[in-house]
Every structure is written in C-alpha cells, then in structure tokens.
Design a protein around this ligand. Structure first.
Ligand SMILES: C=C(CC[C@@H](C)[C@H]1CC[C@H]2C3=CC[C@H]4[C@H](C)[C@@H](O)CC[C@]4(C)[C@H]3CC[C@]12C)C(C)C
Ligand SMILES: C[S@@+](CC[C@H](N)C(=O)[O-])C[C@H]1O[C@@H](n2cnc3c(N)ncnc32)[C@H](O)[C@@H]1O
Length: 364
C-alpha cells in the first residue's frame, strides 16, 4: 500500500470512529458525550473495584438492610451510573407514561410539572426536592412554578453536575443543591412550603425514616407528593418469575428491597401525614412508561460497542463495560416488570402535614 492509500485509510478509520463515538455517542441528550464517561467521584482506576464493592452488598444482603450502610451503597451506585444515565437517558432520572404525539422530553417535563402542580406551590415559595439527581426535574419545576427549589442528593458528583446544569440553564437563582442524606436532612423543622420526591425514596431502607424527615422539615399545612417504586396487587411472591424480575430490578437499581404499594399510605399516616390522594399513574388510560426502554434497544447495542472501544483505548475507566452491562440487563427486568403489571415506578401519593393543633384543640 503506498503512503497516500495508507493516509486515506487512516483518515477514513479515524473519521468513522469519531462519527461512531462523538456523533452517535449521545443516545438521548446532547451534553454528556461518550468520551467523557467517568466513575463520578471515583477515580478512574478504582471504578472496577467499586463495581465489585457494589455487588458485594448483595452478597451480604443484611448489610443493605441496615440504615447506616445504605447511603454508602447508594452513593457508590450513583458514582458508577450517573454519567451513563445522562449520556443515554438525559438529565431526569425517572420514567413517565408515553404520550402519543409527544417526545420523551415533553412527556418527562409534563410528569414533573404534574408533581409541583399537585402541591399548590406559589412563586417565591421554598420547596424541597428529595433525592434530586442531576436536577432535571428541579429545573423544569422551578421554571414552571417560579418556586425556589432546594434539592438534596447523597452523591457529591451529582451535586456538581446539577449546579453546572442550573447555571447553564440560567436557573441558579431559583435552584440550590445540597449534598446530604435524606434520612438526616441538614434543614430546620417547618422550613419548607412544599416537597416532592421523584423515584428516589425507594432507596431508603425504611420508608418511615425518610417520610418522618420530610414531615419534620415541612411547614404545617403544606403538601408533599412522591412517585414511588412499588410492587402492585398483581405481584405474587409465590411466583418464581415475579421474584426473579423484582430481584433483578432491586440489584440493578441499588434498592434495599422494593415495597408493596399498600405500605406507602400506611407509612405516610404513621409519621403523621394526612393522605390526600393515592394513584398508580401507570394504570390505563396512561400509555406504557416502559416502551422507551424497549425502543432504546438498538441504541444500547451501539452504546455497548462504544463503551467497549473506549474502555479498551483507556478513555473510559475500566469497569464501565460491566456497569453498562448491568444497566442493559436491568432495562430488561424493568420492561418485564412493567409489561406484566407487577411493578410500577409511579405510585403517586399526595400528603399534607396537618395544621398545628390550636391550644383549645389540644386541651379538648
Ligand atoms: C429511578 C431510578 C432510575 C430509573 C431510570 C432513569 C434508569 C433505570 C435503568 C436505566 C438504564 C438502563 C439501560 C441503559 C442502556 C443500556 C445504556 O446504553 C444507556 C442508559 C440506559 C438507558 C439507562 C438509563 C437510565 C435508566 C432508564 C432508580 C435507580 C431508582
Ligand atoms: C433515580 S434518582 C432520581 C433523581 C431525580 N429525582 C430525578 O428524577 O431525576 C434517585 C436520587 O435519590 C438520591 N438518593 C438516594 N438515597 C439518598 C439518600 N439517602 N440521601 C439523599 N439522596 C439520596 C440519589 O442520590 C439520586 O439523586
């Protein structure tokens, strides 16, 4: 081969790789590119070890049942997956029902706006986002309601991502992000005019602990809405296939144990909330939330190739391929859970913290 042919072959190959990785790379959202995939706050050389550590929690299931271990386990998980989520899904780490004629982005935004509409927020109110991720919902909600949103996440890397996105979106005067544990929040009691959590409290080992904290920081009379991950009335623990699907969801999503939908209102009442409304937002006439996962299958194969190549070249940390494969399998369990109706990620509960009892009411 003469040098000109060699040059053109090389250029073609380089162009092809650039196109595959950088142009095709961002599956859903411009912003996070495949070449920027990292292990969050974990240094590149420790990603593989942390992936192994993540699985070791499941080898000792008692560990993830204890409140003290869970934040560490969840934090490790989000260091491993945050970049892949942003790259392949976008800045909102949750599901929403499909809406015919609307894009995933629009359906996601409407699902988020519904949450803040339910808690009757006024411009200037201070509201809490419990488990805020990189802030996709927070920005949509602040822009829609003009309320001031304070988000809390256990994961330091997400705090930095969320702050960067808030600034870029020109919403940093309305959106604040705090690193902390939602089981022990660094906020005074009666300090928020409303609160919401979107697909986040499922990470709490005991729902009662996070609900009690939310109850504590809310002002009397204010509302809290949550979209909960739960098993439905169709789930039978005597059916091995049901058990396999639910365990698959727990393992691929850092869950210390999925709850049944009947536990949600019971827990809310136990910590002192009045339950205003409860509804599975996935039930018809809503369109399936899991079709987006199914539609992404070709992109996942492409992503697998991209991640494998980048890892082999030393651009993506060693271990990224394993994390991606775990998510790939999880997508299948989630789809099976949705399709069979045994699982929903959007069991909505709307609660009110009762007004303070008056002196007379207390005495009577
Ligand atoms: C609420 C939680 C997260 C929900 C979802 C945002 C994520 C659940 C599964 C994730 C994904 C699965 C497959 C990935 C795919 C293989 C990859 O190529 C691109 C990213 C995925 C689509 C990824 C994106 C986010 C999810 C849909 C839990 C954790 C409580
Ligand atoms: C699936 S993500 C959802 C994020 C966001 N609500 C959204 O929809 O984009 C779950 C979030 O809960 C947070 N989280 C889980 N356990 C937590 C804990 N103990 N304290 C604070 N945040 C926690 C995670 O860090 C993550 O940001």
């Amino acid at each position: 081969m003469d040098s000109l042919a060699l040059f053109f072959t090389g250029a073609l190959l380089a162009g092809g790789i650039y196109w595959f990785v950088c142009v095709l790379g961002p599956a859903e959202q411009k912003g996070k590119r495949a070449v920027d995939l990292s292990g969050g706050s974990i240094s590149a050389e420790n990603v593989q070890d942390n992936y192994d550590k993540y699985w070791s929690f499941f080898r000792r299931p008692k560990e993830i049942e204890t409140t003290e271990k869970v934040p560490d386990f969840v934090d490790t998980f989000y260091n491993l997956v945050t970049d892949i989520y942003e790259w392949g899904w976008g800045q909102s780490f949750h599901f929403s029902p499909s809406i015919p004629g609307k894009s995933h982005g629009e359906a996601t935004r409407l699902h988020e706006e519904m949450a803040v509409d339910l808690i009757n927020v006024r411009p200037g109110d201070r509201i809490l986002d419990v488990g805020c991720g990189v802030g996709g919902p927070m920005r949509a909600i602040a822009a829609h309601s003009r309320a001031k949103v304070v988000g809390i996440t256990i994961n330091d890397y997400q705090v930095n991502r969320a702050r960067t996105h808030n600034k870029k979106a020109g919403l940093d005067s309305l959106c604040e992000v705090v690193q902390g544990n939602f089981l022990e929040m660094p906020f005074p009691e009666n300090s928020f005019d409303g609160a919401y959590s979107i697909e986040a409290t499922c990470h709490a080992p005991k729902l009662e602990e996070v609900y009690a904290e939310i109850f504590r920081v809310l002002k009397p009379g204010s509302l809290y809405v949550s979209y909960e991950w739960v098993t439905t009335d169709k789930y039978k623990d005597s059916d091995p296939e049901h058990v396999e699907v639910i365990q698959g969801i727990e393992r691929g999503d850092a869950l210390p144990g999925l709850r049944n939908y009947t536990d949600i209102a019971e827990t809310a009442r136990k910590v002192g909330f009045e339950v205003v409304k409860e509804k599975d937002l996935a039930k018809p006439p809503s369109q399936p939330w899991w079709t987006r996962l199914q539609m992404g299958r070709i992109a996942y194969w492409r992503n697998h190739v991209v991640v494998t190549v980048l890892s082999a070249l030393g651009i993506a940390p060693k271990g990224t391929v394993d994390v991606h494969e775990m998510l790939f399998k999880t997508a299948d369990y989630l789809t099976r859970g949705g399709d069979s109706g045994i699982f929903t990620p959007m069991h909505m509960i709307l609660c009110r913290k009762p007004e303070k009892k008056t002196e007379t009411a207390t005495n009577s």
